[in-house]
Design a protein around this ligand. Structure first.
Ligand SMILES: [Zn+2]
Ligand SMILES: [Zn+2]
Ligand SMILES: [Zn+2]
Length: 147
């Protein structure tokens, strides 16, 4: 399993260390975004003496190079997510169950036009994350409110 990540990391000039590979493997097997503390709990099974700062540092290095995505949560807690979809896209994150789903909407063309027209500048990058409730959590919510 770890074999598939090693070339990705090498391309980004990141050494494929056992810790980085373990982080990617844990995140890949989760359909929800995870906090560094939760990852740390799982890492400790494999690396007995690992400290939380090491987990933080590795997560930052991976997200700086866009191997994993950082989630901007309204509760200000840091979360990370690994998405295998390599094409440009954005994420819908469920604030209730933490599920992440791909959104096939970008809006880059419209943004570029607006920046050119209104700001008279040039767009170099953009960040978009959509927060909400997934269909499952929405159903649950509607049911509880009816009672
Ligand atoms: Zn949900
Ligand atoms: Zn994605
Ligand atoms: Zn976009």
């Amino acid at each position: 399993m770890s074999d598939e990540f090693a070339p990705i990391l090498r391309n980004l000039n990141l050494k494929a260390t056992p810790k980085r590979l373990a982080i990617l493997e844990i995140l890949m097997n989760e359909s929800v975004y995870m906090s560094p503390e939760e990852l740390w709990e799982k890492m400790k099974r494999q690396f007995k003496k690992i400290g939380l700062p090491t987990v933080y540092r590795n997560l930052e290095e991976l997200s700086d190079r866009n191997v994993i995505s950082k989630v901007n949560h309204p509760n200000r807690q840091l979360y990370y997510y690994f998405c295998q979809n390599q094409s440009p896209h954005h994420h819908f994150i469920c604030l209730s169950c933490r599920k992440v789903e791909d959104i096939n909407f970008c809006g880059l063309n419209e943004l570029e036009k607006e920046v050119k027209k209104k700001i008279k500048g040039k767009l170099l990058s953009h960040i978009m994350q959509v927060n909400g409730l997934c269909r499952h959590c929405l159903n649950k919510e509607e049911k509880t409110h009816k009672i």
